[in-house]
Write a protein that binds this ligand. Structure first.
Ligand code: SF4
Length: 379
């Protein structure tokens, strides 16, 4: 395999606390408890301190859970710890996920002063009845207010998360949310399809309330019409679920899709670096006990084979609108993708699911809804 030039790392910090548990959520999170949070943050500081190796870092991401449950001083302490262990670029992208109900001007000013450069607002919908069905704590008005407060505090890079294919959602309901997002003028948006995992409390509530999700072809219409509206307003789709204004793509998230490297801290956090992949124990208590007891919090670590790295590059790279550069892949992995998988890929090209343009192979917009079928070719 050809040698790769070292690229800057991303750091991910997991904050697993929430004020309430949403009925569709299967992230690694738990209910807020002040004592547990204090011990958790001490452990997080210790883990970062013991991992710091002076490597260059150009993105830091506070994800959760609800990172905006933390006080600005706590966020500041964690950023300082990252800066003392790693060479964090002065212009690094530092993102914090925020739930609208936690937003106040004072808090947002504090995050700015702490060094946060980018906010990711978990809005999900600008319709109150949809938010209620999801068990969210905020209203549409509160989400709009949170966005305004963030702008007033000086955040010029704000992403908004919206969920599509919600129970009882129609195409026009969905477009109302998209329209509000456009009116606000956010810089980046993530559009996530609601996925109901087995046993999700929302499934039961849907049965009790007689709520249903629209048919698959309506969900596809929502996806396409939403993206059309956003592209008409100056956003560019750059990944299956993400659009951005020019220059506002998420530097951190791009590492996940473009063969980048990152180190995750906190319970359940995943890392990929130097050809290895590992993740921490997911349970909050075990994580705290291990780190405070001087034991590694890593639950599993393995070295990726060249083949696994290649399939990851293809699998994740195809999520990007620009797709993958087959020449770069060949130089890096010494594999001609078309020679190896051309027979299986050609029918997708004929059906307009994949486009092959020069050295590039990418999913078409229609193909993005069939991404899993294409990606099965590689795994
Ligand atoms: S706020 Fe986010 S992480 Fe917390 S329960 Fe709701 S969806 Fe899950």
């Amino acid at each position: 395999m050809a040698t790769q030039i070292a690229r800057p790392l991303g750091l991910y910090l997991h904050i697993p606390f929430c004020d309430a548990i949403c009925n569709y959520c299967n992230f690694n999170r738990g209910l807020f408890d002040a004592g547990v949070k204090r011990r958790y943050l001490e452990a997080l500081q210790l883990e970062i301190a013991s991992s710091g190796d002076g490597n260059r870092v150009d993105s830091v991401f506070f994800g959760g859970g609800t990172p905006s449950i933390l006080d600005p001083s706590e966020v500041s302490g964690l950023i300082t710890r990252c800066r003392s262990g790693f060479a964090v670029d002065p212009m690094a992208e530092i993102t914090l996920e925020m739930n609208p109900e936690t937003a106040s001007r004072e808090r947002l000013d504090g995050y700015r002063a702490a060094g946060v450069t980018r906010l990711s607002l978990g809005v999900q919908s600008f319709r109150d009845e949809e938010l209620r069905r999801l068990g969210r704590l905020h209203t549409a008005d509160k989400a709009i207010e949170a966005f305004g407060l963030a702008r007033a505090a000086g955040f010029d890079d704000i992403s908004v998360d919206l969920m599509v294919w919600l129970p009882e959602q129609t195409v026009s309901h969905w477009l109302e949310s998209v329209e509000t997002l456009v009116d606000l003028g956010c810089d980046h948006a993530s559009l996530y399809l609601l996925e109901l995992y087995p046993g999700a409390p929302l499934k039961e509530e849907m049965a009790r309330g007689g709520w249903s999700q629209a048919p698959d072809d309506t969900a596809a219409e929502m996806y396409h019409t939403g993206l059309d509206r956003l592209e008409g307003a100056g956003y560019r789709q750059y990944e299956i679920s993400n659009v951005a204004r020019p220059g506002r793509r998420s530097r951190h998230n791009l590492k996940y899709w473009s063969d980048g490297e990152w180190v995750g801290f906190g319970c359940g956090a995943h890392s990929t670096r130097d050809g290895r992949r590992w993740h921490n124990v997911s349970q909050i208590g075990s994580y705290i006990d291990r780190v405070r007891g001087g034991t590694s919090p890593v639950a599993r670590c393995r070295t990726l084979s060249a083949d696994e790295r290649l399939t990851d590059t293809l699998f994740l790279g195809l999520r990007l609108s620009e797709g993958i550069d087959l020449l770069v892949v060949e130089r890096r992995y010494d594999v001609n993708v078309w020679a190896r998988w051309g027979c299986e890929l050609a029918p997708f090209v004929e059906d307009g699911v994949l486009a092959r343009e020069g050295n590039r192979l990418r999913l078409t917009r229609d193909g993005m809804l069939l991404a899993n079928e294409v990606m099965r070719v590689f795994v």
